[in-house]
Design a protein around this ligand. Structure first.
Ligand code: ADP
Length: 400
């Protein structure tokens, strides 16, 4: 947390940002105040560390000696200093009658009467003051005091809204920064962690090639465990990297032919398809505006899962698409082990793995969900155990 800013007169300062349209509204407020109070100067002052600023000054009277944007030093005996220090209303009908005000710089400007209140933000930090000054003796009835309080409350309610907005913008910027840090970290970590893993893997393979014959059965088993664990770790690091990027990197949108996207995914899965003797069929798919890389990654994850979580039969997978209102719904249907109703929503969360007999990172479907949500779409599964699963994802037809 940032250290609170303090003024030399010992109060915490509000650092809310005031946008131009609020400044215009406040200008109208002080102009009105000057007319109603019949004074040459009505002001909103803003306190800083060691100075006070004429933040808004009425434009109703040529005799007003205060110009917007002017600064005066604090600790110089100004009326506003007293208001800020005491955080109370101050009414000085005629400062010439009280020697305590003799060195007040406002009197040098012929402003002998003062009527002001503090402006505070929702946490009690001081923004400044709202005040009326006159070149002649001027007293204010209870009614005028109520009116000044009303003006003050209008300004303060604007500050409350603006403080909340400023805080939200600050939190959003912090979130963006920490997301970026996390992404950078995942990038560096994945690169740095995968390099030693690849040396372990190649050394283990070399050992197996060169000395395989000299190794007894238990040494070979240990070597196999090392290779398997290293491959698993490499896959996990790879998936964490993809997951950290999914949904954050900017989409590269174009008119995408989903038949081609599916073709790329199948090409990348060639060996898994051959090994499992999977039969994959597809209907004609539409063209839609999307990010082709993340869409082929999506098909790849869903089809690989359909292969991995197969039943006793060789995998049969069918890909189709149907228009429904303003979206296209794609389906990847398999004849695998299926998923219980209870697990159907859980599996899209990160690191959730249901079928523990197969090694995986538990990130594949979480990556799919992030990519689809970035396309303003939805993803879900329909299934029952032993009866296969249909993973469906919907993408809006209009521009994403
Ligand atoms: P991983 O496969 O790496 O464990 P995923 O996020 O891809 O992670 O899948 C999460 C879980 O969802 C898996 O552990 C598995 O239990 C289940 N699952 C995913 N796809 C299928 C499928 N086609 N059939 C049955 N279960 C599946």
């Amino acid at each position: 947390m940032d250290k609170p800013r303090k003024s030399v007169i010992g109060v915490e300062i509000s650092d809310v940002f005031i946008p131009p349209d609020t400044i215009q509204k406040w200008q109208r407020t002080v102009d009105l105040m000057a007319r109603v109070f019949a004074v040459p100067a009505a002001l909103i002052m803003r306190v800083h560390e060691d100075q006070i600023e004429v933040f808004i000054s009425c434009k109703t009277d040529e005799e007003n000696p205060y110009c917007q944007g002017e600064f005066a030093k604090l600790n110089s005996g100004l009326y506003c200093e007293t208001v800020i220090k005491t955080q109370q209303l101050l009414l000085v009908p005629d400062a010439r009658k009280d020697p305590a005000w003799d060195s007040n710089p406002d009197i040098a400007l012929n402003m002998v009467s003062y009527f002001g209140m503090p402006i505070l933000d929702s946490r009690g930090k001081v923004f400044g003051t709202i005040c009326a000054l006159d070149s002649k003796e001027h007293d204010y009835s209870q009614l005028y005091q109520a009116l000044l309080r009303q003006f003050k409350e209008i300004i303060e309610s604007d500050i409350v809204i603006l403080s909340e907005l400023t805080e939200k913008v600050r939190l959003l910027a912090e979130l963006c920064r920490s997301n970026q840090d996390l992404e950078d970290f995942a990038h560096v970590a994945s690169h740095d962690l995968r390099a030693p893993l690849s040396s372990i893997l190649s050394s283990a393979e070399l050992l197996n090639c060169e000395c395989g014959e000299k190794l007894d059965e238990s040494a070979k088993e240990f070597l196999r465990i090392i290779v398997d664990a290293t491959r698993r770790m490499d896959r996990l690091i790879h998936d964490i990297l993809i997951y950290s990027q999914a949904g954050h990197t900017k989409l590269s949108l174009s008119d995408v032919d989903f038949n081609c996207v599916l073709g790329v995914a199948l090409e990348n899965l060639k060996s898994a398809i051959e090994e499992s003797q999977a039969i994959i069929t597809a209907d004609s798919l539409p063209s839609l505006e999307a990010d082709s890389r993340s869409m082929s990654q999506l098909f790849q994850n869903l089809i690989l899962n359909a292969i991995i979580y197969r039943g006793s039969e060789p995998p049969r997978i069918h890909v189709s698409a149907a228009r429904s209102g303003e979206e296209w719904i794609f389906s990847v249907q398999d004849n695998g082990i299926g998923i219980t109703t209870e697990d159907q929503t859980k599996i899209f969360e990160s690191f959730v793995r249901v079928a523990k007999h197969v090694s995986g990172s538990g990130l594949g479907l979480a990556i799919c969900k992030r990519s689809i949500e970035q396309h303003h779409g939805r993803i879900w599964v329909e299934s029952s155990p032993g009866k296969g699963a249909v993973f469906r994802f919907a993408i809006p037809c209009h521009r994403v």
